[in-house]
Design a protein around this ligand. Sequence first.
Ligand code: GRF
Length: 209
Amino acid sequence: MKKRIGVLLSGRGSNFEALAESAAAGRIPNAEIAIVVSNRENAPGIERARARETEALVIPSKGLEREAYDRLVAAALEEKKVDLVCLAGYMRLLSPYFVAAFRNRILNIHPSLLPAFPGLEAQRQALEHGAKFSGCTVHFVDENLDAGPIVLQAVVPIKDDDTPETLSERILREEHRIYTEAVRIVLEGRYRIENRRVMILPEKVSEKR
Ligand code: GRF
């Protein structure tokens, strides 16, 4: 049976697309995107999912309490028997209910080297701070913003003439690469968590690429 990934997004959907392509190409072996859920009706990521013939659901959050909303999303993911939830530009904090329902089975990608520059516009924050390096982080998700145990990071040097746009573009390329790699590691169960540290275990010889 293929492992089933559920993607939550609110916008563009390039990380969704990278994961979908990686699964289709076998870079994430034995896995598929079972469903994409967006809280925003006009998210381009929804169109991208439909263009790939991936089931895509809009669940508007307007007027709902955080937990009531998360119960709807969790039910949609559970109905699809999702093994792993990947946040990909999902602009909502998860409720304790949702985190408990998928404990250690939720990943997020963030465009900075956490714990530096959590929250919105992380690339602009890094530039304005004068950092010489930034990058991206894939981490497990807990109730706090951009805070759970870190699975993988990639470093991107900041150039003197970078703008938020040029830096974001270079970071995004690394995001797509490490998200694929992290999902592969997690779905293969090739890690161990000690306190906050995620130890990546070596690939079995038979799994080596
Ligand atoms: C990415 O930069 C991701 O790190 C952040 O939101 C952005 C989403 O981009 N969490 P996309 O929708 O995947 O193209």
